[in-house]
Design a binder for this molecule. Structure first.
Ligand SMILES: Cc1cc2nc3c(=O)[nH]c(=O)nc-3n(C[C@H](O)[C@H](O)[C@H](O)COP(=O)(O)OP(=O)(O)OC[C@H]3O[C@@H](n4cnc5c(N)ncnc54)[C@H](O)[C@@H]3O)c2cc1C
Length: 240
């Protein structure tokens, strides 16, 4: 497998991913419902499952290592927290995962925690160290973006395990990439806006909704123009 890439085995309801480590090894994780993990309770069932869904991974991991690692641990739940307010008067404030843990599929949990720190820093300047005002404004303004990244992270699980295999997704991605290449300051695809920009998460979602509308209108226009063009062409053919 090529190094320095995230590899995904999307399988609809579940997926396996391999994250590259610095020593050129891989950390492989299987994300799927607990009911499916429960069925894999013997070595034979585990190997049969991998032969059916991830056959190419078996020689890479090794059968013995696969069995040993799989049964050495147990499946753990993923946690997402949406809560507000984050503070109590001027006495306490929750930031980072304690305030807004998200599922790990956008790789943004730590970044969201860092963003809490930059916002707090701005608020300390704005309110001249008045803690009550700082914490109050933090709670009032931060939730919109932390709720947004929670939704985005949940959505990315569906995209990674399922949507990436669909032609409609690939077509949309190709269009996004093309327009981004053509107009990089005007059209920033969702993933790029979340991962490679400082655009607030809630604005990333609004930006994507706007792009969806633009593309829908463009396709409707192209469809109507093609229909009219077809009708005119037929009429002319009739007269010839
Ligand atoms: C599989 C996975 C992949 C991830 N990948 C990414 C990624 O690619 N990019 C990204 O940005 N984020 C990623 N994250 C998320 C990121 O790891 C977390 O968002 C980040 O670590 C949260 O930092 P934190 O300081 O808020 O909380 P934590 O890292 O949980 O730190 C809290 C600390 O408090 C300590 N503690 C708890 N209770 C007490 C107590 N009572 N007394 C004293 N200490 C206590 C804990 O031991 C811990 O050390 C990933 C998470 C997971 C699970």
């Amino acid at each position: 497998m090529p190094a320095n890439y995230l590899h995904i085995w999307p399988r609809g309801e579940f997926m396996m991913i391999a994250l590259p480590n610095q020593d050129a090894s891989w950390t492989v994780t299987l994300f799927m419902p607990f009911s499916k993990f429960k069925n894999l309770d013997t070595e034979e069932k585990l190997i049969a499952f991998f032969e059916k869904y991830f056959p190419d991974s078996i020689p890479l991991i090794g059968k013995d290592k696969l069995v040993e690692d799989f049964f050495a641990g147990s499946a753990s739940p993923l946690v997402a927290i949406k809560c507000r307010p984050y503070h109590v008067e001027d006495k306490a404030l929750l930031i980072g995962d304690a305030a807004h843990a998200v599922v790990p599929f956008y790789g943004q949990g730590m970044n969201a925690g860092f963003e809490d720190c930059s916002l707090l820093d701005e608020l300390f300047q704005k309110h001249n160290d008045n803690l009550a005002a700082i914490l109050n404004e933090f709670s009032d303004t931060r939730w919109e973006d932390t709720f947004a990244i929670s939704d985005l992270a949940m959505y990315n699980y569906i995209e990674m395990r399922d949507l990436v295999t669909r032609p409609s997704y690939r077509l949309r991605k190709a269009m996004d990439d093309f327009i981004f290449w053509l107009l990089p300051n005007f059209w920033v695809p969702l993933y790029n806006s979340v991962t490679f920009s400082t655009m607030p998460y809630s604005r990333c979602i609004k930006n994507r909704e706007w792009q969806d509308k633009v593309l829908k209108k463009t396709w409707s226009f192209i469809g109507v123009a093609a229909l009219i063009g077809g009708a005119v062409a037929l009429k002319f053919k009739h007269f010839v």
